[in-house]
Design a protein around this ligand. Sequence first.
Ligand SMILES: [Fe+2]
Length: 127
Amino acid sequence: MKRKINLLFAALTLAVISVSAQHTLPKLNYAYGDLEPFIDSVTMRIHYANHHGAYVKNLNDALAKYPELKTKSIADLLKGFIELPADIKTVVRNNGGGHYNHTFFWSIITSPAKSKISQALNDTITK
Ligand SMILES: [Fe+2]
């Protein structure tokens, strides 16, 4: 019985490691509609779920046959682009680049209600 539990634990651990090695969509710190009226919720959903989601899926699909690359961060994959296998370079460049750019974009925007712009900057922009 103890051996079966140990085997089950080992299998679950491998499953968690395998899943965690996949690239994933970052969690947004706002709802799609929170950026209105500047960015509408439909545009946010298209860029997050459709565009970014496709980049992540295509990147993971490309890395599937290279287990040694699955644990690398997107930044490390792009920094080491020259050393990638030739058959996945274009996919990693296009989809990994899209994943990186979108992740950066989501992290620098916020809802107008949570914006912490200084009054001086606000006045300068308005002027
Ligand atoms: Fe997009």
